[in-house]
Design a protein around this ligand. Structure first.
Ligand code: PMP
Ligand code: GLN
Length: 380
């Protein structure tokens, strides 16, 4: 067994979801909506399955989907992508991340990462032979700063892996952060892998900005998206990779031997969905923001400190003064004794843990949030 994987614990998302199932708890842990997702997109997927989209599609993705992805990003982010050479479909953002890291990293290359870290990043970087250089971002702002970047980057830096919007902090890196990072990438000749799966789930009139759109970054950025988050269909695992053709050639080789293709009926349905009017995206953001506000107001009424949530399905609470111990002890007690599953944020830190934050998923029906709040009234 490769030592990187041999001793890894089971992902906190799986552990918490299993505990929630076993204890009958309300699951505000793993990030998924309890809504079944857009009916017409699901119907299109079912129709496609019935109508013959069942054999291997082209390796890079259905042409209709690649064209739809290019059109989608041209419309929403002003990115001009060639669907033939600069767009690839993967089995979720997870495959895209694994493939990008395998393709880009040579053993011994340094990889700059930011914690809180999405759980897949560090094991994948290590397994690809990368040497992680972790920059710790601190609540409540989770901003980049020049001093920390200067310490992390070196002549050996090959890749920087950025998650924007950032899960679990629910923050969005803005123009200043991105310009700073772009400068470092260019100065040290590094490739940026940008996990932007939450790009559409941003609130209060905010706009997600892609690092790839910054001057000098087009040829050194790999942008990753996911239909799972765009359409609230997290189990579908249809991801996208965007990069200029030279980078894409290497990324495509990783994809060729990881999964090769992604279920064609789902690709067909996602192609159909991507053409949606702007109203869908503003409606989705409004609905999630309402759910966020409902949970935040309920927690506030219990006297719990809620950190601002600018994006994603999540908000974080500060449990330092609640007297239940650290975040892990808090989540254990909350799920086992009070029937609500949540995620301890220390699970996202490797170098310098933060132990007073707990992540809650608000992408749930009002009644579910209200019941969870009733159960959490023990916090008052
Ligand atoms: N990156 C981040 C930051 C995520 O939060 C998630 C899961 N929501 C993923 C990647 C995985 O995306 P997918 O389900 O498309 O593999
Ligand atoms: N992205 C989801 C979250 O942050 C979980 C994905 C997973 O279970 N691997 O909750």
């Amino acid at each position: 067994m490769n030592p990187v994987f041999a001793d890894l614990p089971t992902s906190v998302f799986e552990v918490m979801s299993r505990l929630a199932r076993e204890t009958g708890a309300i699951n505000l842990g793993q990030g998924f909506p309890d809504d079944p997702g857009p009916a017409d997109i699901r119907a299109r997927g079912a129709e496609a399955l019935r109508d013959g989209f069942n054999q291997y599609p082209p390796m890079m993705g259905l042409p209709a989907l690649r064209r739809a992805i290019a059109a989608h990003y041209a419309h929403h982010q002003g990115l001009i992508l060639d669907p033939e050479t600069e767009v690839m479909v993967t089995s979720g953002a997870t495959e895209a991340l694994a493939g990008a890291l395998l393709a880009l990293i040579e053993p011994g290359d340094e990889v700059v990462l930011f914690e809180p870290l999405y759980d897949a990043y560090l094991p994948l970087v290590r397994r690809a032979g990368g040497v992680p250089r972790i920059v710790t971002l601190r609540p409540p702002a989770f901003r980049l700063d020049a001093e920390a970047l200067a310490e992390a980057f070196s002549a050996r830096t090959r890749v920087v892996l950025l998650n924007n919007p950032l899960n679990p902090s629910a923050t969005l890196f803005g123009a200043e952060d991105l310009a700073l990072l772009a400068g470092f990438c260019q100065r040290f000749d590094a490739v940026a892998v940008c996990d932007e799966v939450w790009e559409h789930v941003v609130f209060d009139g905010r706009h997600h900005q892609s690092l790839i759109a910054l001057p000098g970054m087009r040829e050194r950025t790999v942008k990753i998206g996911s239909a799972g988050k765009i359409f609230s269909l997290t189990g579908w695992k249809v991801g996208f990779v965007m990069a200029e053709a030279r980078l894409m050639r290497g990324l495509a080789k990783a994809h060729q031997y990881l999964t090769f293709t992604t279920p064609p009926n789902l690709q067909e349905a996602v192609a159909y969905g991507l053409a949606r009017e702007d109203a869908y995206f503003t409606g989705m953001r409004r609905d999630f923001a309402r759910a966020r506000d409902r949970l935040a107001a309920g927690l506030g009424a219990l006297g719990v400190t809620v950190l601002p949530s600018q994006a994603t399905y999540f908000l974080n609470i500060d449990i330092a003064d609640l007297g239940w111990g650290d975040d892990v002890a808090f989540c254990e007690a909350l799920v086992r004794r009070h029937g609500v599953a949540a995620i301890p944020v220390s699970a996202f830190y490797a170098a310098s843990p933060v132990r007073n934050l707990v992540r809650l998923c608000f992408a749930k029906a009002d009644a579910t949030l209200d019941t969870a709040l009733e159960r959490m009234s023990v916090l008052a």
